[in-house]
Design a binder for this molecule. Structure first.
Ligand SMILES: [Zn+2]
Length: 437
């Protein structure tokens, strides 16, 4: 017995030794991370109140080494000259659907789920990720695949491995409603049609669904708090709440127990109130926020992701209450701004066609609705950085953070639509677009 043990032990030691040697050898062969400098004519670092003129950003590998006013790059370090441009942190969209390509009508939606395979939709999502990155979005939270199962985990992995260009991703996978409360609906009961979400029922079912989604790669859990939005005589936008309080609390509790955060789709006041009772981390859309709910969302420090671009886009095609909802959300936005609600920029891209609308239009709405351009920029950089839990890595341009930055020709503090014309994109120190040289 002893002899039999001895031999594998010797082999094991030799394997260990050779493995150690090979690691040392690899480290010796690996070139030092490349340094590169950027000369910014005007720098909005995402932190300072005013822009910094003539700034020098020194980058090593994927992160920022230093940010200084004036000065020159160390000898031998190449410089990217953006001296005629404004440089700012990479943009962040906290609410997207890479696996969707516009759904103004129910038919638009059904056709994608019924006639496109998940592999085909995944190929389109890679195209959408590239479009987003070229528009300056270096990070995104993708809030469910709309029937494409866990394909968002795959696109996230392909981007992280450098196989396809795209933003850094956090993903929510399938999302949840109770049985029968999300499309595809209205088909013969004899047909097994795909579902846009995972149907989840009961407290035990909720906990199991959270565990399952986390097992397959969900960074966030998303659930639909409400549906059927309608105005009542009190002038408030009401809705039907999907989950019982016990079910919603089980979703949130299980997700938090597993170290994941929860996003709730909540449009009507009843759905928003239910989501806040359940203890969610972010409220999506939130058109029906009343004064009392605005106070509560502010007090709890819950993020609000307004997605105004999609609301304004789908309203004419959907008719009904949707136009009135856009006006209602504008009023809520102005009140929330006064009460310092944490507003994180999110567009619902995918709810509109990625090829048709630039996500950065959302910044323009925020300024039109009352934010200063600097507030709008922070709502699309540092604030969603905090939402993603990556405040120590992104959202501002300073030493130690990821080298995720964009540049525009003009001054976005004077004209916020400049952000819809991003000319330079760097993510993790790599240049993906440069139309300035
Ligand atoms: Zn959405």
């Amino acid at each position: 017995m002893r002899k039999q043990f001895a031999l594998p032990a010797v082999i094991a030691v030799s394997v260990l030794v050779s493995a150690q040697f090979s690691i040392v050898a690899q480290e010796k062969e690996k070139p030092a991370p490349q340094k590169i400098a950027i000369r910014a004519g005007r720098l909005i670092d995402g932190k300072s109140e005013a822009p910094i003129a003539n700034a020098l950003i020194l980058i090593e590998g994927d992160h920022i080494l230093s940010v200084a006013t004036g000065g020159s790059a160390p000898a031998g370090v190449p410089i990217i000259d953006l001296s005629k441009a404004t440089v700012l942190p990479g943009l962040v969209d906290a609410h997207t659907h890479l696996l969707l390509n516009g759904d103004i009508t129910a038919e638009d939606y059904d056709v994608q789920l019924l006639k496109q395979s998940i592999p085909y939709r995944a190929i389109l999502s890679a195209r959408n990720a590239r479009i987003a990155l070229e528009h300056g979005f270096t990070s995104m939270r993708d809030l469910e695949t709309e029937g494409a199962m866990y394909a968002d985990v795959d696109i996230k992995t392909a981007i992280a491995n450098g196989e396809v260009p795209g933003p850094r991703m956090q993903v929510a996978t399938r999302a949840m409603t109770p049985t029968g409360m999300y499309p595809l609906l209205g088909y013969s009961w004899e047909l097994q049609v795909p579902k846009g979400v995972q149907y989840v029922d009961g407290v035990d079912g909720a906990r199991k669904a959270v565990r399952e989604q986390v097992m397959y790669g969900a960074d966030w859990i998303k659930y639909y708090s409400d549906r059927r939005y309608h105005f009542e005589s009190d002038g408030v936008l009401h809705s039907m709440v999907n989950f019982t309080d016990d079910e919603a609390k089980a979703i949130v509790d299980e997700a938090h127990r597993l170290g994941k955060k929860v996003a709730a789709h909540a449009i009507g006041s009843d759905g928003i109130a239910a989501a806040l009772r359940a203890g969610v981390d972010t409220v999506e859309h939130g058109d029906g926020l009343t004064d009392a709910l605005i106070d509560e969302i502010a007090k709890k420090g819950v993020f609000w992701v307004p997605t105004i671009t999609v609301g304004a886009y789908v309203a004419p095609g959907r008719g009904g209450n949707w136009t009135r909802m856009v006006d209602l959300e504008k009023a809520a936005f102005q009140k929330a701004l006064k009460k310092n609600v944490k507003i994180a920029l999110g567009t619902d891209a995918g709810g509109f066609d990625w090829k048709e609308i630039n996500q950065a239009r959302e910044f323009e709405y925020y300024v039109n609705y009352g934010m200063t351009p600097m507030q709008a920029i922070r709502s699309g950089t540092a604030v969603p950085g905090e939402l993603l839990g990556w405040s120590d890595k992104m959202g501002t341009l300073e030493a130690g953070k990821w080298a995720d930055l964009v540049a525009v020709s003009g001054d976005p503090l004077k004209d916020i639509t400049e952000l819809q014309r991003v000319k330079f994109v760097m993510k993790a120190g790599a240049v993906y677009k440069n139309e300035l040289q």
